[in-house]
Structures are given as structure tokens and as C-alpha cells.
Design a protein. Structure first.
Lengths: 524, 361
């Protein structure tokens, strides 16, 4: 069989295999299982203090440390968000999960009792809002403390808690914070919108108890309000550097955190609680109904498809702009280095190495929190810069190696005919190097679109982040993940198809005979 | 006209061109020959500055092309080059390889470039191959296309850097025929080659390169038939040389004997002949000459001619006139006679040397 046919066949079988795996995951995740409860005798959190139990906790929270202290014998597994914790306990990756009591209560309100909350607090806690230690932070903190004191005295704080946490609560914002007049300037708030009922997204707007309190505060003190969503890990650096004014995201007050940020007076008193999966929870719906239900919840309800579309646009925008700028950058640097002196080349090579060696996520953090600490730029902008740099570095490397494959003799032949250095490069060397350049360029492009999935760390709502947000709202464990996977797959496929077309288009050996001698009268 | 003035090219590893001074006239067809590593290709590549000379000047048509700031591509357009490894542009068809330079550099129209290209292809016998790609051609065809590509710029000078070295022996002829055709056209050709027969048949001038420069520069009749200079003669007759200097009565004669054996086996001289040579040298030098000379200065030169498989031994020595035939050492003399049929003694005056003995095997 012809080599190309074999390749095509291989490609196709891989694609089919991939789709099969996804479907299997979907089926496995949604199929209901009736089993005896292996955790029947676990009644309080103390019963979990046994090496056979795996306990899930959330990164960047104090819960890991609390578990270590209170139930030291249990194994601890760390996840990135509460949604991940819930997904993990539901898919039996962990036996129990530990987190805010209110989150678990709220979850059960939403799902009709999917988890069983164990008795007792591992540790009582207080939530506070965080501020930078700079002058502006102190000023805002004092104002907010004053405001919280007033709410408490009036009994309003209790009322707000009821609105957001009880089954019968209204769960709506009392203030439309997007249109608050900014008489005294704008307050920039950072939050992690995957922690209902304190902070979450509904109808495309970040809402929740924390947002409610802050918007009431802003209304009272004449501030405009700007709310930005980001990973929980990023909240404290975002506020301590002064990039954001307030961090409002059910943040537990700890001495360690007090070293980097200032806390407001506590506004909520609760406790760290453990929960296990409720094996008695089961739906009597059939599988197709479940899929239909999941689809409706993930895409239709609250127009969530709009979130997905905006996520796709953000991901594509960052990918394509980074690819464009990165290609230009890599090419420009190569052209400068091509005939440059050794010192300049050495400096470039070191820079390229540094960029290639660092994890992208680390570079994103450095650029977002350090380089652009005081510049009013968005996470998407920073992401584009970082990915342009990394992509540029790989384009530079790929250009260097693909151009080195063209034998030196052709360059000499062109020089000997009287071609200048530049003309030789563009007319002789580059067209031939493209054949070696494009295949690796293609895989770099696919790697790029996948790599952009981490931009959620610096407050960008890309496709992956949208998946997380939707999961945190729907408590659908699997459907949003699979949907995100399918969308990435399709996007990457389209990118590959485009580069494939370019590859065919610019291959000099695939030109038609008539094109080669276009406009020439031949005798034959 | 090309004039080289004190041209020098040195690398970290060595200095192939030490000091080259020569004038190349218009219409000259020059063969550049010499052992490998003597800078033949380097000289050629310096002429069009593909290699930058370390020092010295190249005056081409009255302009110093090595002067700083001189636009070398101007000179290169008048000085084509044909490479050992063809170096055709892999992404272009044969006809495009030929059309590219005139269109890009001389502003020739596509139609004119095509017509001229086809004419040249016809001339090198490849007009049917216009739309092939280089990797579809044989080595000989590639080299003919490369020559056509060079001719398309209508250069005054063409440099050939071992044009047939990378070819299958069966394809050498077709390329040589094309070059021969050019020899009468008035263009200056400079050809680095190992094909002596070919070199001799087309050139009017030969550079023999050795010892860091053009060692010999003469017409082919002299170089090939009656070379005057020693190194040229050795190269042309493909002589393999062994030289020994004996300047003490207590020299290491076992070591010298072993060296003669090594030399003979390296040149595949039959063992029987080799034994005779060693015996003759040992008897003559060790037994006859050394006892005779008070302050010996003896120079032994063995030349093995690959062409006719003959070995010539020359032994020169100092002191008053002394013919070994008059020696009293009858035993050694008879051994010597049994090893070589005859030897001649003559009186010479070359530096310290006053006597010479020559014998053949």
C-alpha cells in the first residue's frame, strides 16, 4: 500500500479510537451503579482517621493542613477546586471530601442530596475579605470593616446569609453592580467563581454572597465595581501586589495569610466539614434522558452555550494571535541572528533556552504578577505575550534546524551566480526549508492550543475555565469535561487541516506544469 | 584578465595557499593539477570569494575585488562556477534552475530566459529534461545542467571545481565533452581536475600546485611530457619517493632497513625485488661507503614509478672521487652485483655531494 494511504488510515483509526474512548468515558460516568455503602459506618469526621480512607482537599485552602492535624492517618489527595472535589467523590477517586460546610449544604440543596455530610467541624473558621498592605488597601479595609459592623448591627448580615444559603433563599443580588456609579473611583475585586454560594456565575454574571456584600458596600461608599474571576491560588498574589483591591472568595482567616494580606473583620463563622458520597442517591431516569438532561444543563440552561462560545473565542484568539506574533518573532530573531556575530547569537540562544526551559504557567505568573504588576493589562493580553514568546522560541528553533538541513552547496552555487545573501536565503534556502519546517510547525500549533488551557490561572475565561465554571454551576461531573475535550479536538483538527492545505499549496514540487512556465511560449 | 597578488589563505588547521602570484589571461584554458591537499580547490574558491582570502589581492578586469566594500556579486556574475557536487537548486525544475539567475539578476524577461535556457539545454543534450527536478537526473545529467546554468549568465570566466570527481566513470565522458566544447569559445576556463588525459587534451596552460602555491606554471607539453621541476616530475610520473640521510658511522642501519621494507610493502613492490633493493643499499652504504668515508654524508633516494613498475635508487655521497667498483671489499661487491645487474658511478657537484651511484630494478 502507498505510504500516504497508510498514514491517512492510521490517522483515521486514531481519531475513531479517540472518539470511542470519549464515549466510553461518557457512558461509564453516567451509568448508575447500585452498590452497598462501603462507608456506612463512617458517621463523623473522626471515623475517617484511618489509612484506608482517601480524603480529597482543595489546593490553596487551609483544609489540607487541618486534615493533617485532625485526621492525620487518612490519605490526602489535592484537587484544584471544590467542583473537582465533588467530581472526585462522585467518581470514587476519593472516599470523603473536606471543605466549607456551607458549600456542601448548598450542593445538596442543588442536587437533592448527592453527598452525605458528616457530623462535626474539623475546625471552626471565619471568612474575611482580603486587602493589600498598601495605603489604598488599608483605607478600603477600614471602610469595609465599618460597613460590616453596620450590617451586623442592623441584622442585615443575617438576612443576606439567609438569602444565599437557605433552600428557600432568593439567591439574587440586591444591587446591579455592573452599573454602579464610580463617584469615588472603581474597586477591583478578585474572586474564584467556583465557590457557591459565596461566589459563582449565573447567567454569565459573577454572583453570590461575597459579591452581594461587596456590591452593597460599593453602593454605600460610591465606588464602581469591577469583578474578575481567577484561580483560587492566584487570589492572594493578585491582591497583595495591588493589582486588585479586594479578594472576596470565602477566604479563611489564617495567620499565614495575614503575612501577605490584610483581612477584614470576619463576616461568616462556619467550620471545615467532611462529606462522603451518598450511595442512596440515584436517579430513576434512563441513560438517554440523563444525557439529554446533562446537555440541557450544560448548554441550554441560563444560555450557557454563550459561555462556551466566548470561551472558544478567547482560546482561539489567544492561540491564533500567539501563533501569528510568535511566528513573526521567531522569524525576525532568526533573520537577525543569521549573519549576526557570535556574541549576539550566544545571547539569543540563551534567551531562547530560558523561554523554552520554563513552564508556561510559571512564565504566565511572572508576567502577570511581576512584569505587568502595575500596568492595566488583561490576562488575555499577558497570555498572548507569553505564548507569543514561547511559540517564537520554538519557531526559531524549528527554523534553525530545518534551514540547516539544506546543504551549504546550494547557497554557494547561488553566491557563485551572483545572488546576494538575502536573495539566496529567500529564493533558494527558505522555499526548500519549508518542507522540513511545516510538519513540526503543525504539531507546535496543536501543542499551543492545548497549552493555552492554563490561562485560567491568570483570570482568563478560556474554554477550559468555562468548562470549570459550568461544572461548578451544574454539578455535572463529566458532561462539561467531555464537551470541552470534543471542542478542543475539533479546533486542533481544523488547525491541522489548514496547515496541511498550506503545506500542499507551497510545495514547489506539486506545482502544475502549466504554472511553472506560465506566460512563456514553448515550441512543443 | 585576473591577477593574483601575494594571495594567502590560512585556516586554523594549516595554510594551503602561502603566497600565490599569477596572471591569468583572457581566453586561457588552465588545468590545475597537483596532489590532494595542496590548495587547488581553495585557490578556485578564493577567486570568486566563496572563500575569503586571508590577505593579498585579486584584480579582475582591472578592479580589486578583494577591496573592502566592493560588491562581489557584480564580479561573480562574470565569473561562473561549476561544483564537484553539482549544487542544483532542489526545489526548481531544470529549466527554472537555468532561468532563475538571468531573470533575478539581469532582469531578463521570462520568455528570453526560457529561450536561452532551452538553447543551452539543447547544447548540453538535455532539452527533453527541462521540466524534470534535479533529483530525477543522473550525476552526469546534473553536472551538464549545472554547466548550462552557469552559461546562462554568459560569464567571461568559468571555474570548474573537480567537475567529474563525483561521477560514475561511465558519465565522465559526457561532461568532459561539454567542457571541451567550451574550450574553443574564448571564455577563460580554470579547471581543477584529476583527469590528466582530459586536462592535457583541452588546456593551453597547466598549474601544478604544491608547497603552498603554484609550484609550476607551463604549457601542457612541458608539464606532461618533459616536466622540468622535480616535484612536477614526481607527480606526473606518479613516483613514490623514499629519502634517507646517513651522516654518522654509527647510524641505525636496522631501523633504516625496516623503513625500506615498509616503503616497499606500502607500494606493493614484490618481496623479491624489495629484498634486492634492501640488500644492495645495505652492502653499498654500510659495507663499502661507510668504511671509506671519514665524515660520511650520504643521501639515499628511492623512486618507485607506478606506471612502469620500475624502481630507481640514487645514492649520493661526499668525499673524494670513489667508485665502489674499485673497493677492496670483494665479498660485499659480489653480493651487490648479485642484487643489481649494473650500477653507474659518476662525479657530480651538488652542494656537499661529489659522487653519485644510480641503479635500477
Amino acid at each position: 500500500m502507498h505510504n500516504i494511504q497508510v498514514k491517512a488510515l492510521l490517522k483515521r483509526s486514531f481519531a475513531i479510537l479517540g472518539i470511542c474512548i470519549m464515549l466510553a468515558a461518557l457512558l461509564g460516568g453516567c451509568a448508575s451503579k447500585k452498590v452497598d455503602d462501603p462507608l456506612a459506618d463512617v458517621k463523623t469526621y473522626k471515623d475517617l482517621n484511618d489509612p484506608k480512607y482517601r480524603v480529597g482537599v482543595c489546593n490553596g485552602t487551609t483544609e489540607g493542613a487541618i486534615c493533617e492535624e485532625v485526621i492525620p492517618k487518612a490519605q490526602r489527595l489535592y484537587y484544584n477546586s471544590y467542583v473537582d472535589l465533588l467530581t472526585a467523590v462522585e467518581s470514587h477517586k476519593v472516599d470523603a471530601i473536606v471543605g466549607d460546610d456551607m458549600t456542601w449544604i448548598y450542593y445538596n440543596v442543588q442536587t437533592g442530596g448527592k453527598i452525605r455530610i458528616l457530623d462535626g467541624f474539623l475546625k471552626p473558621y471565619e471568612f474575611g475579605y482580603i486587602f493589600s498592605k498598601k495605603a489604598r488597601g488599608k483605607e478600603l479595609r477600614d471602610q469595609l470593616n465599618e460597613f460590616l459592623g453596620k450590617l451586623e448591627a442592623e441584622g442585615t448580615l443575617e438576612e443576606i446569609t439567609h438569602i444565599w444559603m437557605d433552600e428557600s433563599g432568593a439567591r439574587t443580588l440586591s444591587v446591579d453592580y455592573k452599573s454602579l456609579p464610580a463617584k469615588n473611583g472603581v474597586v477591583k475585586v478578585a474572586t474564584t467563581s467556583t465557590g457557591p454560594p459565596f461566589t459563582y456565575i449565573e447567567n454569565g454574571i459573577i454572583t453570590g454572597l461575597d459579591i452581594d456584600v461587596i456590591s452593597r458596600f460599593c453602593q454605600e461608599y460610591g465606588y464602581g465595581l469591577e469583578v474578575t474571576d481567577m484561580q483560587f491560588d492566584g487570589l492572594i498574589p493578585a491582591v497583595s501586589t495591588g493589582k486588585y483591591d479586594i479578594g472576596a472568595s470565602a477566604i479563611t482567616i489564617t495567620d499565614e495569610r495575614k503575612e501577605s494580606v490584610d483581612f477584614s473583620e470576619p463576616y461568616y463563622f462556619g467550620g471545615t466539614t467532611a462529606a462522603v458520597y451518598n450511595v442512596n442517591y440515584g436517579s430513576d431516569k434512563s441513560f438517554p434522558e440523563k444525557i439529554k438532561d446533562s446537555f440541557r444543563k450544560t448548554f441550554i440552561k441560563e444560555h450557557r452555550y454563550r459561555l462556551f462560545i466566548s470561551g472558544i473565542i478567547v482560546t482561539l484568539l489567544i492561540t491564533l494571535l500567539s501563533a501569528l506574533f510568535g511566528t513573526l518573532l521567531g522569524f525576525a530573531v532568526y533573520m537577525l541572528c543569521r549573519n549576526g556575530n557570535r556574541a549576539a547569537n550566544a545571547v539569543t540562544k540563551i534567551c531562547v533556552r530560558i523561554i523554552q526551559m520554563l513552564p508556561v504557567i510559571v512564565m504566565l505568573m511572572i508576567f502577570y504578577y511581576i512584569v505587568f504588576a502595575n500596568a492595566p493589562v488583561s490576562g488575555a493580553f499577558v497570555s498572548t505575550i507569553v505564548f507569543s514568546l514561547t511559540f517564537g522560541a520554538s519557531v526559531f528553533g524549528m527554523l534553525t534546524s530545518s534551514i540547516n538541513t539544506i546543504d551549504r552547496g546550494q547557497t554557494e552555487a547561488a553566491y557563485a551566480l551572483g545572488f546576494s545573501n538575502l536573495r539566496t536565503f529567500f529564493k533558494i534556502v527558505l522555499p526548500q526549508a519549508m518542507k522540513f519546517f511545516l510538519p513540526s510547525y503543525k504539531s507546535e500549533l496543536v501543542a499551543l492550543i492545548k497549552a493555552t488551557a492554563v490561562v485560567g490561572y491568570i483570570a482568563v475565561q478560556d474554554l477550559t475555565r468555562v468548562g470549570d465554571i459550568v461544572r461548578s454551576r451544574t454539578y455535572e461531573a463529566f458532561f462539561p469535561i467531555i464537551s470541552v475535550a470534543v471542542i478542543y479536538f475539533i479546533m486542533a483538527w481544523i488547525l491541522i487541516l489548514i496547515v496541511d492545505r498550506i503545506e500542499i499549496k507551497i510545495d514547489p514540487k506539486r506545482r502544475k506544469r502549466d504554472d511553472i512556465l506560465k506566460g512563456v511560449k514553448t515550441n512543443d | 584578465m585576473i591577477e593574483l597578488v601575494h594571495l594567502r589563505k590560512s585556516y586554523d588547521m594549516g595554510t594551503p595557499l602561502k603566497d600565490v602570484n599569477v596572471v591569468i589571461n583572457d581566453g586561457d584554458v588552465i588545468s590545475v593539477i597537483g596532489p590532494s591537499g595542496t590548495g587547488k580547490s581553495t585557490l578556485l574558491r578564493c577567486l570568486n570569494l566563496i572563500e575569503r582570502p586571508t590577505s593579498g589581492q585579486i584584480i579582475f578586469d582591472g578592479e580589486d575585488i578583494t577591496a573592502p566594500g566592493y560588491d562581489i556579486s557584480k564580479a561573480r556574475r562574470k565569473m561562473g562556477m561549476v561544483f564537484q557536487s553539482f549544487n542544483l537548486f532542489g526545489h526548481l525544475t531544470v529549466i527554472e534552475n537555468i532561468m532563475l539567475a538571468p531573470m533575478e539578476l539581469l532582469g531578463t524577461s521570462k520568455q528570453d530566459a526560457y529561450d536561452e535556457g532551452m538553447r543551452l539545454l539543447h547544447k548540453v543534450g538535455l532539452s527533453d529534461f527541462a521540466l524534470r527536478y534535479p533529483d530525477e537526473l543522473s550525476g552526469g545529467q546534473k553536472q551538464r545542467v549545472a554547466i548550462a546554468r552557469t552559461l546562462a549568465m554568459d560569464p567571461e570566466v568559468i571555474l570548474f571545481d573537480e567537475p567529474t570527481s563525483a561521477l560514475d566513470p561511465t558519465m565522465v565522458g559526457e561532461v568532459e565533452a561539454v567542457i571541451k566544447d567550451l574550450a574553443g569559445s574564448g571564455k577563460t576556463l580554470i579547471i581543477v581536475t584529476h583527469e590528466m588525459r582530459f586536462a592535457r587534451s583541452i588546456c593551453n596552460r597547466v598549474f601544478y600546485m604544491d608547497q603552498g602555491g603554484i609550484y609550476d606554471d607551463d604549457i601542457p607539453e612541458v608539464i606532461f611530457d618533459a616536466p622540468e621541476k622535480e616535484l612536477t616530475r614526481r607527480f606526473i610520473h606518479q613516483l613514490k619517493i623514499l629519502e634517507m640521510f646517513i651522516e654518522s658511522k654509527t647510524y641505525d642501519y636496522l631501523g633504516e632497513g625496516a623503513e625500506i621494507d615498509r616503503y616497499c610493502s606500502k607500494n606493493q613492490i614484490p618481496p623479491k625485488t624489495a629484498n634486492r633493493i634492501r640488500l644492495a643499499i645495505e652492502e653499498l652504504v654500510h659495507q663499502i661507503l661507510l668504511p671509506e668515508l671519514s665524515e660520511p654524508k650520504i643521501h639515499v633516494l628511492v623512486e618507485y614509478n607506478e606506471k612502469n613498475d620500475k624502481t630507481v635508487v640514487k645514492i649520493r655521497y661526499n668525499g673524494p672521487e670513489f667508485d665502489p667498483k674499485t673497493s677492496g671489499n670483494e665479498l660485499s661487491l659480489s653480493l651487490l652485483r648479485s642484487a643489481v645487474s649494473s650500477f653507474d658511478h659518476s662525479v657530480i657537484a651538488e652542494g656537499e655531494y661529489t659522487n653519485q651511484i644510480v641503479f635500477e630494478q
